[in-house]
Design a protein around this ligand. Structure first.
Ligand code: GLA
Length: 401
């Protein structure tokens, strides 16, 4: 109450805009398209422009995906005043002109750097140049920075120092730039990421375009591996501080890019639909990484289901809780606005499975109407849901309490 009065007073005094500019954190998980999984470091300004066009024409922007994030590989070293510059062959018009183009479409632009001298792919990074680079990014009109941690020391204290240094530099840059921490969950950033100025933080190693890790893959996270690693992390997330479960691999089909390494042979549409369901209910950022210039109908259906996206973007900003988890099934629930709840039921097995889920295990007695969000239909009121799940399928329901 007192806080609200104070904010009203500051608004009347004209300080409100300043205040909101400084506190414009993501109230719901960010939604974006990111270059890495499809292009790796083979990116050009033309590619980004085409993606911006496709974001509008495909309906992705309208569905809520409103950032394009340029990942590693844009850098061309430093000029004779140590200003970081883009690779002139890949970005001949410069990043400012590109940002203007992207902004003209109603899309925000993100960029990538790293808290060491070199990035993961070996390009120029920002350690020791935080303030100068932050000023450069601001002058280009950058809205988001993904800040990686390759080639930096292992201990947590140093990581906190390096991330804090960049977030302070961004705050001083004169532009509102959101800050994505990317140290792959190695130092439990859910415990310190917000204090170090992060708006979101990656919780695992890089996602690969596969359902689950195999011993023969040489590592790499599959969709289910990432889900399991995040099951207990929801309590650390909320408005302005999100657990980033890495990019959606929906629509990549194992065809191209780094997500195809380490056993990333591609997934089925059923598995991609599960990724979208689980990332949504677990309130992860939704970061598409497929070629949005040419998507088949299934990919569009999965990435742009407005009712599923609404579960991710629910204004309460809650994350999912585990209701039931065993070798066969995972059931998650998420509290939504208007006294509604979302429920995800995942069949972890490769074969079909008949499931009878009692609503009582959610603390709900009596009969309730479930809405199947993927089918877009309301079901007959019942005290349970019984049905067959395909192998690796996730059903997503909404219930009004
Ligand atoms: C790391 C990150 C990826 C990507 C690459 C770029 O592996 O985790 O998401 O940014 O670096 O080199």
């Amino acid at each position: 109450m007192i806080k609200e009065l104070l904010i009203n007073l500051l608004c009347i005094l004209g300080v409100g805009n300043m205040l909101s500019a400084q506190t414009a954190k993501f109230q719901t998980p960010p939604m974006s398209w990111m270059t890495w999984n499809y292009f790796a470091d083979n990116i050009t300004e033309n590619d980004i422009k085409e993606m911006a066009d496709a974001m509008v024409s495909s309906g992705m922007l309208q569905a809520g995906y409103n950032y394009i994030i340029i990942d590693d590989g844009w850098q061309g070293g430093r000029d004779n005043r140590n200003n970081i510059i883009p690779d002139p062959k890949k970005f001949p018009s410069g990043i400012k002109a590109l940002a203007d183009y992207v902004h003209s479409k109603g899309i925000k632009l993100g960029i990538y750097s790293d808290a060491a001298l070199l990035t993961c792919a070996g390009y120029t990074a920002s350690y020791g140049f935080e303030e100068q680079d932050a000023r450069t990014f601001a002058s280009w009109g950058i809205d988001y920075l993904k800040y990686d941690y390759c080639n930096a020391p292992g201990d947590r204290e140093e990581a906190i120092k390096r991330y804090s240094a960049m977030s302070e530099a961004l705050k001083k840059s004169g532009r509102d730039i959101v800050f994505g921490i990317c140290e792959w969950g190695h130092r439990q950033p859910w415990l310190w990421g917000a204090q170090a100025g992060g708006d979101l933080w990656r919780t695992t190693d890089d996602v690969r375009d596969k359902w689950m890790r195999k011993d023969t893959d040489g590592g790499g996270e599959g969709i289910l591996d990432i889900v399991i690693k995040n099951l207990e992390l929801g309590k650390h997330a909320g408005k302005g501080k999100w657990n980033d479960m890495d990019m959606l691999v929906v629509g990549l089909y194992g065809k191209k890019g780094p997500s195809g390494d380490l056993g990333g042979v591609g997934c089925t549409d059923v598995e991609y639909q599960s990724q979208m369901s689980l990332w949504s209910i677990m309130s992860s950022p939704l970061t598409a990484s497929n070629d949005i210039r040419k998507m088949n109908d299934e990919t569009k259906r999965i990435l742009m289901n407005t009712e599923v996206i609404a579960v991710n973007q629910d204004p309460l900003g809650h994350s999912a809780e585990v209701v039931l988890h065993n070798d066969d099934i995972l059931v998650l629930k998420k509290e939504l606005k208007n006294n509604e709840i979302a429920i995800a039921i995942l069949n972890k097995l490769p074969d079909n499975k008949v499931i009878n889920f009692e609503l009582q295990s959610l603390g709900l007695d009596g009969k309730y109407q479930l809405r199947d969000l993927w089918k877009g239909i309301d079901m007959r009121a019942s005290s349970h849901w019984k049905g067959t799940l395909l192998g690796h399928e996730t059903k997503l329901f909404k219930i009004s309490k």
